[in-house]
Design a protein around this ligand. Structure first.
Ligand SMILES: Nc1ncnc2c1ncn2[C@@H]1O[C@H](COP(=O)(O)OP(=O)(O)OP(=O)(O)O)[C@@H](O)[C@H]1O
Length: 256
């Protein structure tokens, strides 16, 4: 299912924080949204999904998202924000089951398809052993995996995650990216904000590069994520070898 963000101009406190053209995300692809702190990555997603209270004519499979019912939206687009909240402590399995609300399910009320989706999501995020634990007893990385599990349990055709890898250890970061790739390979439209350029280089099909609220590039990862674009955008030096991308240090190290 295609996901198309129309041209956006957004301002906060009198300052333009976003000024972007149409951005189309492709079905069957994993797209990484990259850019330095404050580039506008979260604001772009929040605005596109109507989370900032402003109208936005985002198109999902050709239909305006804002014209769909809440349930229909949730069936099409699953969104994991950068700072997800958990209103009250639940068991892990019940928290993941919240991902099934668009299908009339919830904690303790799971039909076969819901049960299957929840179990698969727990398995994919290696949380099966934690299923009966209270969410407020989880470590930071375990809690991050719980939120990813809830995203996956929706089985929505469009998955959007804002920095899902931030608090994961390296093995779980790679596992997450492999999982997102697998979701894209199943035909889903997968969009994720990342800060780890090596992960983006290794796993993303496409990259959207933002800087100071503007879109500076959008295309195939190998075309966009070049050492010169990285130096210009982030002020760091990077090398690309057969082993992958490695950030080697500041682009302009201070003189000793
Ligand atoms: N409500 C607000 N009021 C004032 N400034 C805001 C508001 N919301 C966002 N901004 C500013 O807009 C800019 C973009 O913020 P945004 O959270 O989208 O950046 P980001 O690219 O996701 O950054 P990060 O990588 O640090 O998460 C930042 O400079 C931020 O301070």
């Amino acid at each position: 299912m295609s996901f198309v963000i129309p041209p956006i101009t957004a301002a906060r406190e009198g300052r333009t924080i976003l000024s972007t053209p149409t951005i189309s995300f492709k079905e069957g692809k994993l797209t990484a949204i990259l850019g330095p702190n404050g580039a506008g990555k979260s604001s772009l997603l929040q605005h596109a999904l109507g989370q900032d209270g402003e109208a936005c004519a985002t198109l999902v499979h050709g239909e305006e998202l804002q014209n769909l019912s809440q349930v229909e939206r949730a069936r099409r687009v699953a969104y994991l924000p950068q700072k997800p909240s958990m209103a009250w402590p639940l068991t892990v399995i019940d928290a993941v089951a919240l991902g099934r609300f668009a299908y009339g399910a919830g904690p303790g009320q799971l039909r076969t398809a819901d049960q299957r989706a929840v179990e698969q999501a727990l398995k994919d995020t290696e949380l099966e052993e934690f299923s009966q634990r209270r969410t407020d007893t989880l470590s930071g990385g375990e809690l991050a995996r719980l939120h990813i599990a809830r995203l996956l349990a929706t089985e929505a055709p469009i998955l959007i995650a804002d920095e899902p890898a931030a608090s994961l250890d390296p093995r779980h970061q790679h596992a997450l990216m492999a999982l997102l790739r697998a979701q894209a390979a199943q035909g889903k439209t997968v969009v994720t904000v990342l800060h780890d350029l090596a992960l983006a280089h290794r796993y993303a099909d496409d990259v959207v590069l933002l800087n100071q609220g503007s879109l500076t590039a959008h295309g195939a990862t190998a075309d966009v994520l070049t050492p010169s674009a990285i130096a210009e955008t982030y002020g760091v030096a990077a090398e690309i070898t057969p082993k992958g991308l490695q950030v080697t240090g500041p682009a302009h190290p201070p003189n000793p």
